[in-house]
Structure formats: structure tokens, C-alpha cells
Design a protein around this ligand. Structure first.
Ligand SMILES: [Fe+2]
Ligand SMILES: [Fe+2]
Length: 466
């Protein structure tokens, strides 16, 4: 059994070598009671050793993995901040996990972060989540996950651990005014894996500082397994696409659909508690973060029909949610670090603008019509538009329409709007293709490019004026 002395091991012993190339503290935290038996560590994706055979696999997965093979997904970087970074990953059975990280490739003075802020360390049968805190802004870190299954958890006194799985080493750089001003956007991926693979391959190729996943990642989510596949372990070649590139998530309307979806934060880490004031606690994924000369601001447009629409069965309460975000947005835009950014870019799933007289214009998300859905949100535009205008935001990045579009700024609306494409591609409609929207500061100017990842071409390449 793990002793109290081991749990309070002084930092001076932390770098003593241990099996698997881990620091001794990482080894102890990961393996717990298995240390005494000298359990071998297996590297994820490198011919991991099979756990010892056990006769029975419990029908309740929370009683342990039993004799089932234990597998671990690639880590996914989520909710990046200047001093924090979330790491989530898929697991095949009951397990605990830690992240070992350092500001150098040799893992000198490495630290360990456990699940949960403090108190009881959460375990789970499908996804583990760890938040690293106290990081330095705009700083590169090396990290790896260490995951240990409970083969038997009939009760805590008699629980048994299996062999730990150590992931390959990955890296990330924290956000901040000193970080490289380069972002990408994917949107409306809808768990359609062919276009998803095209998009994430392009993201890996472009290697931005961060990705904004601008909504409609899902369709309808009825269980945690579906959410884990969508957000953490997609069945594509580049399933490790977010192991080295952090992801800001924003909801689309579909990300509010399904009987399990209200528990999404068990899979997609919300923003760190230190960023979320009590009265704004429900704005779980809103972000306002500096990335070099850019300020990136993420808003959530909610569902695409009015709350009173009969399709929602009384489950939609987005009108106060959008109002709360107007207050939040006003405060974020007034933050000195955000106000000082040369370029301010706002992200939200449902576009904030449609030209009067255009086919999209009547579909504004306001009227209750069983056959209608919003092409743009008049309500969000009314609440947030004046604040965006006053703060001098230069660009709004939308999604939802499944068709790339760019709206030039005008005298009445000084910000440009770009809308990313959706998952449709191929023969039926050549104007529909999946995109990666890319923004990068080059020679002090924001260069906006839109990549058609199906056609392998760039459909927009221009600078945005500050
Ligand atoms: Fe969509
Ligand atoms: Fe949508």
C-alpha cells in the first residue's frame, strides 16, 4: 500500500530515476500501490504490455477493468490560457491519470498535475482531465500523460492497480502577448470523419499557436462514449491532432442537442475557475486571451431558434445566456491587455451579420416557425454588435452556414466577417466545402486566409486593416 510518507515525498527526491524514464514522484503518483511490485511501465502506442489476465470483467465498469485490455488515447490540449493548460484524454476503463510536465525536454525539475484542483482526485471509465496551472505565459512545455487502470475497485481498501501507460512526450506553448500570433479555426465538423481528417491534417501542417473549434463539433449526443469519440479520440489518421496544438472550444447549436450533452464538461474542459467569476460561472467556454498582437475573444451564440420554440421542449434558456455574455464581453473588451491588442478577433458559431435583402436575411433566429432556423442571429448582433463596434474589433469569425463567406466591412459596420464552410464536399454543390480559417500576424498586419481543405486551394487571402 502507498504510505503517507510516499505521498508527502519531498521535492528533493523528485528527480530520482524510476521505471519508464519517469521522475520518481511521477512514478509514485501514477502507480501508487503497484510500485512495491515493481510494475513495468508500458509506452502508449509503442507495443504496450498487456495487463495480467484476470478471470472476470465487471459488468459495472466502475468496479474495475478486470481482465479487459486497457487502452489510452492521445492527449488533447483544451482551454488554453496564459498560465493554464487543460489536458484531456480517452481511456478504455476505470483509471486515474496524471500529467508530468517541464519547461525542458529533459524533464528537469518536472512537476506533476493530478485530476481535480484539490481534494478527491477524480477517476473515470471513459475520459480523464487534468489542468496544469501556475505556468509561465508564452512558454514552451514538454509533457506526457501517465494513466493507471484500477483492475479491481470493489472498495478503496482492496482496490488493485494495473500497469501504468505512459504517453509519448508532446509539447505546447502557453498563450500570452509574447506568443506567436497565429490561429486556425475549424467548425461544423459534425463528427463527419473524412472532412474532419482533411481539416485537422491542414491544421497540423499550418502549426498555429492555437485552434478555435467554432461549434457544431457534434450532431446529437446521447451518451458519453459519443462525446469522447468526437472530442478526444476521433477515428481518423491524425487522432493526435490536438496533442501539440491547444484548442479553444465554442459551442454551436448542435452542441446543445442530445440527452447527455449537458454533461459535456466531463469531456471538454471549461475555462479555468480563476477566469470565471461566480455570476458568470455558466459561461463555461467563453474566452478572452492574448496571442501576440491578437486578442482572441470567444462567444457562444447558443441554439438557433427562440427559447419558446416548441422543438426545445422547454429546455432552451439561451436568451439570458446571451445577455450575460454581453456583460461579460463589455468587461473583457475593457481589460487593459485586451484593449491594448492591435487586432481583436471575435469568434462565435452563428454569424452576426447578413446583408439586408440577401436570402439569409429573413432567417434571423427570432421568429417561431417550425421550418425555420437562423442563418444569422439578430439577437446576438443586437446585444454584442455595438460593443464589438465600439471596441474596434476588426474581424468576426462565424460558422453554422456550411458555406464559406466573407463580408467586407462597411461604414455602418467596421468589422469584417468571415464564415467557415461545413462538412459537405464533392459533387452536389461546388460552393460547399470544409475549410480551415487561418489568421496570422505578418509584418505587423493580420493576414486572413481561408483554406478549402477538400479542393486543396486557398479561397481567400487578404490583409485585415487595423
Ligand atoms: Fe453545422
Ligand atoms: Fe450550426
Amino acid at each position: 500500500m502507498k504510505t503517507g510518507a510516499e505521498e508527502r515525498e519531498p521535492a528533493a527526491r523528485a528527480d530520482r530515476p524510476a521505471p519508464g524514464g519517469l521522475t520518481r514522484r511521477a512514478f509514485l503518483l501514477a502507480a501508487g500501490g503497484a510500485v512495491a511490485g515493481g510494475a513495468a511501465f508500458a509506452a502508449a502506442g509503442e507495443g504496450a504490455a498487456q495487463p495480467p489476465p484476470v478471470a472476470k470483467v465487471p459488468s459495472n465498469p466502475f468496479l474495475g477493468t478486470g481482465g479487459a485490455a486497457f487502452t489510452v488515447g492521445a492527449p488533447c490540449l483544451q482551454a488554453p490560457g496564459e498560465t493554464t493548460m487543460g489536458v484531456s484524454w480517452a481511456v478504455s476503463g476505470l483509471s486515474k491519470g496524471v500529467v508530468e510536465y517541464a519547461d525542458n525536454a529533459a524533464f528537469r525539475d518536472a512537476k506533476i498535475a493530478q485530476s481535480g484542483a484539490c481534494g478527491l482526485v477524480p477517476v473515470d471509465v471513459a475520459a480523464l482531465q487534468v489542468r496544469l496551472t501556475g505556468l509561465r505565459p508564452a512558454t514552451k512545455y514538454w509533457y506526457r500523460t501517465i494513466t493507471t487502470p484500477f483492475t479491481d475497485y470493489a472498495n478503496i481498501y482492496n482496490a488493485k492497480l494495473g500497469e501504468s501507460v505512459v504517453s509519448p512526450v508532446h509539447t505546447f506553448t502557453t498563450m500570452g502577448a509574447g506568443a506567436a500570433a497565429h490561429f486556425c479555426v475549424i467548425n461544423d465538423t459534425h463528427a463527419r470523419w473524412k472532412p474532419f481528417q482533411m481539416a485537422v491534417r491542414k491544421v497540423k501542417e499550418l502549426a498555429p499557436s492555437a485552434v478555435v473549434w467554432n461549434g457544431d463539433a457534434t450532431n446529437t449526443t446521447q451518451d458519453k462514449k459519443t462525446a469522447v469519440q468526437t472530442f478526444l479520440d476521433p477515428p481518423v489518421d491524425d487522432r493526435d491532432w490536438s496533442a501539440d496544438i491547444p484548442v479553444f472550444f465554442e459551442n454551436g447549436n448542435h452542441d446543445f442537442r442530445g440527452s447527455w450533452i449537458s454533461k459535456k464538461e466531463e469531456v471538454v474542459l471549461p475555462r479555468d475557475a480563476a477566469e470565471r467569476r461566480g455570476d458568470q460561472w455558466n459561461l463555461k467556454w467563453n474566452f478572452a486571451v492574448r496571442l501576440g498582437d491578437l486578442a482572441l475573444i470567444g462567444l457562444d451564440s447558443g441554439e438557433d431558434k427562440p427559447d419558446a420554440h416548441p422543438k426545445w421542449f422547454g429546455l432552451a434558456n439561451f436568451e439570458p445566456y446571451r445577455k450575460a455574455q454581453a456583460k461579460w464581453l463589455e468587461e473583457q473588451l475593457a481589460r487593459p491587455d485586451i484593449a491594448a491588442a492591435k487586432y481583436k478577433v471575435v469568434f462565435c458559431h452563428i454569424p452576426l451579420f447578413a446583408a439586408e435583402g440577401s436570402p439569409a436575411y429573413p432567417h434571423d433566429g427570432v421568429k417561431i416557425d417550425p421550418h425555420d432556423f437562423a442563418y444569422w442571429s439578430r439577437e446576438c448582433a443586437g446585444l454584442w454588435g455595438p460593443l464589438i463596434e465600439r471596441a474596434g474589433v476588426q474581424l468576426v469569425v462565424g460558422a453554422h452556414q456550411h458555406r464559406f463567406r466573407f463580408d467586407e466591412p462597411s461604414a455602418a459596420r467596421r468589422w469584417a466577417q468571415v464564415v467557415g464552410g461545413g462538412p459537405e464536399y464533392g459533387t452536389n454543390d461546388a460552393s460547399r466545402f470544409p475549410t480551415v480559417v487561418e489568421g496570422k500576424i505578418e509584418n505587423g498586419r493580420l493576414r486572413l486566409r481561408v483554406h478549402d481543405v477538400f479542393g486543396g486551394r486557398v479561397v481567400l487571402d487578404r490583409f485585415i486593416d487595423a
